[in-house]
Design a protein around this ligand. Structure first.
Ligand SMILES: *Cc1c(COP(=O)(O)O)cnc(C)c1O
Length: 477
């Protein structure tokens, strides 16, 4: 593509993007296509002859857009957000243009050094202990896998790296997390070779937070059985209900038993930017590693996961490789982030964080997050006041877990589940909003997560009206 054509199409694409952002609310939030519908519109083989940009772009609008769920729609209340923002998108443009592969310092010194700087900014913003180092990973799943691998190596004196893993014949390494932990812990445990049988799902209290006493009992039991307790993964902001595991008592136990302590704060970490939310981090100094995702609730395009660790040597000793073709004279003086995670190749993700943090300022970021939490609190108050709705879990930040529970008729759990499932499906089919569900102690619960970049009180009010109206319609014969 010559530069004249690129420039023309660049303008066309930017115009389209800004119209998309402005006209977002005209789209159904959840894509309304059926399985196979998109594939059915695409040829089964690659075009042999070159095609014109007009046609490619036209097909993008005609075929692809209807198959998109609009995560940036302000009425997106599903899962956790993967929100973005203007400055982040612009930085992604620039990253794409340079197309740098930032595996070692010399492959783009600015990428390495900017990453060091923005991660230090983030460390300060969240109040993580001084001296911790940060590195950007693709996702929280990868970050947690890194923590599990470090835990495995530290507890065995790097023996698994040398000799390989034989969980059957040696002391079994055990990983502890709560019954509410994210599925990425189990996935990491499988990949890192611990084996799923060697995860202990520690029970939770009425707030769905890990019970430290139960953790301690479980560790003691494993020690008596001749196992080697290895790692505890606590969650700040569980995926089902944003429950907060108490870091201090868990950390004290980890210290006493010499266990690796990893904190998964994928979504809730962002809240730690607020002085009034700092309490969730109480005891963080006990942790060995911590992850949160700026790509969830910090207006930075997917993907961007911030991983912090107390002892960077444990990380680099776990991952270090030094093939001849990657050696440089500067290896002693600079950081080579290839040794800080699983992949060799690395995107220049620091650029978008730098754009976002500077554009909003810490103050602007805090204001947005504070507004989201206040809106969730207000939505929670509406649920508490409504006769036919109930909370299913306590709210900690910007997620409300609730269900429709019409008074007067004694509905079984199964009936309540069916009713709430239809409520959710009908709302999502309407295209006006998108929310998802979870189960808490067997109770089917709707999840309303308020964290979209441009969500306003008006969107939350309209969602509540739509929920009430649909609920009424479903229960009238
Ligand atoms: C979303 C989430 C994850 C997984 O995040 P990815 O970046 O998609 O891997 C892990 N833990 C918690 C608590 C989450 O909410």
């Amino acid at each position: 593509m010559d530069s004249k054509t690129f420039k023309e199409w660049g303008h066309t694409v930017v115009d389209w993007i800004s119209q998309y952002m402005e006209g977002m609310e005209a789209y159904p939030v959840l894509s309304q296509v059926r399985p196979g519908e998109i594939k059915g519109k695409l040829p089964g083989g690659a075009p042999f002859e070159p095609e014109r940009m007009e046609r490619i772009f036209d097909d993008f609008k005609r075929i692809i857009i209807p198959g998109m769920t609009h995560w940036q729609h302000p009425s997106f209340f599903a899962y956790f957000p993967a929100n973005t923002s203007g400055p982040s998108i612009l930085a992604e443009f620039l990253m794409a243009a340079m197309g740098a592969q930032c595996m070692v310092w010399q492959t783009s010194p600015a990428a390495t050094e900017l990453e060091e700087v923005v991660m230090e900014w983030l460390r300060q913003m969240l109040g993580l202990p001084e001296g911790w180092s940060g590195v950007i990973q693709d996702t929280a799943s990868t970050s947690t896998l890194c923590a599990l691998l470090c835990a495995r190596e530290r507890s065995t004196g790097f023996a698994v790296n040398r000799r390989g893993f034989l969980q059957g014949s040696e002391k079994k390494l055990i990983v502890y997390t709560s019954e509410e932990a994210h599925s990425s812990i189990e996935k990491g445990v499988k990949i890192a070779g611990f084996g799923r049988e060697n995860i202990r799902a520690v029970p939770t209290d009425d707030n769905f937070a890990m019970i430290p006493g139960e953790l301690e009992k479980s560790i003691a039991r494993d020690k008596r059985s001749g196992h080697l307790p290895c790692c505890v993964v606590a969650t700040l902001g569980t995926t089902s209900s944003t429950a907060m595991d108490p870091l201090r008592p868990i950390g004290e136990i980890c210290q006493r038993f010499n266990l690796w302590f990893h904190v998964d704060a994928a979504m809730a970490g962002t809240a730690a930017m607020l002085p009034e939310m700092k309490h969730i981090m109480d005891g963080i100094e006990y942790a060995d590693s911590f992850v949160f995702n700026p790509h969830k609730w910090m207006f930075t395009n997917f993907d961007c996961s911030a991983y912090f660790c107390k002892d960077a040597d444990a990380l680099t000793s776990t991952f270090e490789i030094l093939p001849e073709y990657l050696k440089t004279d500067l290896d002693r003086q600079v950081k080579n982030f290839r040794d800080w995670g699983v992949p060799l190749g690395r995107r220049f993700r620091a650029l978008k964080l730098w754009f976002v943090i500077r554009y909003f300022g810490v103050k602007g970021l805090q204001e947005k997050v504070r507004v989201h939490i206040a809106l969730a609190k207000e939505f929670e108050s509406w649920i508490l006041q409504a006769r036919d709705f109930e909370l299913v879990a306590p709210r900690t930040i910007n997620l409300v877990c609730f269900r429709y529970h019409p008074l007067g008729n004694d509905l079984s759990e199964d009936k309540l589940e069916a009713l709430n499932k239809s409520l959710m499906d009908e709302l999502n089919r309407s295209g006006k909003l998108f929310l998802t569900h979870t189960k808490l102690r067997g109770k089917f619960s709707l999840r309303m997560c308020i964290g979209q970049t441009n969500v306003s009180r008006d969107h939350v009010m309209r969602a509540w009206d739509a929920i009430k109206e649909m609920a009424k319609r479903l229960s009238s014969p």
